[in-house]
Write a protein that binds this ligand. Structure first.
Ligand code: CTP
Ligand code: MG
Length: 568
């Protein structure tokens, strides 16, 4: 029962998340403590041929369900005082509405999911082409609509006619105040995770935007799909993160060719290109042009076709998402699946990743502008590696996941072995009872003393390996093993990361910092625990409190002045 202790400490708020937490807890307990029991049940199921489903769905299954849901949904720009009741009553004339919600992004929008696609077709049938006297319209019809019927606007009261779902994180100051009122660092970490992670509504909106874009791309490739990948779906996405999309042409690309046993054998005549990269570039160029010229709500389209991974970047105004559309990027899809799996295996994984990502952002270690900074993806891989290195390990290595794979899991993409198990119930977990607070402190300590100059971070082996190249930080790409995920990081950024890890370890080790601070007067609560770690001045201030560090810092300044003098 030891594992249950750590998990039970995860305090989740809200009915939805409490339910999810309990479900995960149940899954987790089944796998970690009762892995023998689960294995025996699975074996029994295999013997009698029944299909027993345990625990989490694979990302593949989740994606398919969400995509189907998105196809039955529409996005409608509303009035801020649209009366929800009247609005739904009018829409339901086209069919049953399964779910709807309102949100705000350059105006108020509603996402409406119908029970069937026929309802969407009926709704679109009744929609009109706008008539504007001084402008012309590109006659591209889509499931992005505007409400022109002012009957449903509430003119009576001043208040908004509908409840709106937040699509952004709370302001950092407000969050810090809320975290200060928590009872323990573990509670602070789960509170932060809850406030930052993507909501159900935001995930739906992401899939809907992919589905709307698919309608544009389908003009050229009717069987294509557009799938989200990266943090939108790997479980580590923060509200407001970008939307990475992958134009999947596998349905038409002949990868799953069936040879007829007899009769005519026909094939399509197709244009040839010099390389797969050239094909990707030309497809993205055309789709990018289409999005730019015809895509409703798509603005600031940039075609970045000479990048290692060619992409089309744009902003989707109605959702507020910054979008990156790629094609032929199946390895990234696999790394997304892998991170999703790691996040599902133990609830502590996501909590730690959110905390480290937030910590890195508040200290300027990560940025939304490309540069020599560590990326969120690299940080996530570093957390996974750290959890593989616990004793006993909290996460299995990628090689172990590969060994557990069945024949259907086999996957080789562009010569890279991307095979790993998709059935979560096959993965045995060790019972490690560390609390989030302990793990956070150990994380900082682990990387404060990691031999970055000689060793590489390798989640395939779950062990540091000799660095194959001279770069400050080497994190092996889990599938394209010759690539370094953190190639962009320069020495000074790595130094900052290490220094902040050292200082954060020190802060967490001070007993007085780790208990709630209640000021008697006015019953206010002072910053403590995680809040202190997230305060830039607080962490930087450690330098001046520690004699040793002060000396080191002044040494650095001295040598900087020396070098400037020499240059002059
Ligand atoms: N990726 C990769 N190798 C890299 C960078 C990215 O395989 N060197 C893949 C990962 O699957 C990653 C995805 O591309 O999750 C999207 O990359 P990015 O947007 O940079 O990272 P996210 O994980 O989406 O994080 P963020 O929230 O910062 O967007
Ligand atoms: Mg991303």
């Amino acid at each position: 029962m030891a594992s249950s202790y750590a998990v039970c400490r995860l305090h989740m708020r809200g009915r939805g998340s409490l339910g999810k937490c309990l479900q995960r807890l149940d899954t987790f307990l089944h796998r970690s403590i009762g892995s023998d029991v689960v294995a025996a049940q699975a074996e029994a199921a295999r013997r009698d041929g029944s299909d027993v489903k345990y625990g989490s769905k694979s990302l593949y299954v989740v994606q398919a369900e969400r995509q189907e849901q998105a196809e039955r949904s529409v996005l409608i720009s509303c009035h801020s005082r649209t009366n929800e009741k009247k609005f739904l009553k009018d829409l339901s004339k086209h069919g049953d509405i399964k779910k709807h919600f309102f949100y705000e992004s350059y105006g108020v929008y509603a996402v409406v999911e119908f029970s069937s696609q026929e309802s969407v077709a009926s709704l679109l049938e009744g929609a009109n082409i706008p008539t504007v006297s001084h402008e012309s319209m590109v006659p591209f019809k889509s499931r992005l609509l505007s409400l022109r019927n002012f009957n449903s606007v509430d003119s009576s009261n001043q208040q908004a006619g509908q409840q709106r779902q937040p699509q952004t994180t709370p302001p950092i100051n407000e969050l810090m105040q809320r975290l200060s009122r928590e009872e323990s660092i573990d509670h602070q970490i789960t509170h932060l995770t809850e406030s930052y992670q993507l909501t159900e509504e935001n995930i739906r909106l992401r899939f809907l935007v992919c589905s709307l874009l698919k309608d544009i791309a389908a003009a050229y490739f009717p069987e294509c799909t557009i799938k989200p990948f990266g943090s939108s779906v790997n479980g580590f996405g923060k509200l407001g993160c970008d939307l990475d999309m992958f134009l999947d042409l596998d349905g038409i690309s002949g990868r799953n060719v069936k040879m007829p046993k007899s009769g005519l054998s026909l094939e399509y005549q197709m244009k040839r290109a010099s390389s797969e990269r050239a094909v990707t570039q030309s497809i993205l160029s055309v789709i990018g042009e289409c999005v730019d010229q015809f895509g409703p709500g798509c603005v600031g389209v940039q075609k970045i076709l000479n990048a290692r991974c060619p992409l089309v970047r744009f902003a989707h105004q109605p959702s507020g998402f910054q979008c990156d559309l790629t094609a032929n990027n199946r390895v990234a899809m696999k790394s997304t699946e892998l991170l999703y799996l790691y996040g599902e295996l133990d609830p502590r994984v996501r909590c730690l990743v959110f905390t480290i990502r937030c910590w890195a952002r508040t200290h300027g270690l990560t940025s939304s502008i490309p540069g020599a900074w560590i990326t969120n993806f690299s940080l996530t891989v570093m957390v996974v590696f750290f959890l593989q290195r616990r004793n006993p390990p909290i996460l299995p290595t990628l090689d172990q996941l590969r060994e557990l794979a069945g024949p259907a899991d086999k996957s080789v993409i562009e010569g890279n072995d991307c095979t790993f198990v998709s059935n979560f119930s096959k993965i045995p977990l060790h019972s490690n009872t560390a609390t989030l607070e302990q793990l956070l402190c150990e994380f900082f300590d682990f990387y404060a003393t990691f031999p970055f100059s000689k060793m590489s971070i390798n989640i395939r082996k779950g062990k540091e390996q000799n660095k194959p190249e001279v770069t400050p930080l080497h994190i092996q790409n889990p599938f394209e093993t010759s690539l370094n995920v953190s190639k962009n990081v320069n020495a000074s950024q790595l130094d900052r990361f290490v220094a902040l890890c050292q200082e954060s370890t020190w802060l967490l080790q001070q007993r007085e910092n780790n208990t709630p601070r209640r000021h008697t007067e006015g019953n206010t609560t002072g910053p403590w625990g995680l809040v202190q770690l997230l305060m830039p001045l607080q962490v930087a201030g450690v330098k001046s409190r520690k004699g040793k560090r002060r000396e080191a810092a002044s040494e650095r300044i001295k040598s900087l002045l020396e070098s400037l003098k020499n240059k002059n």
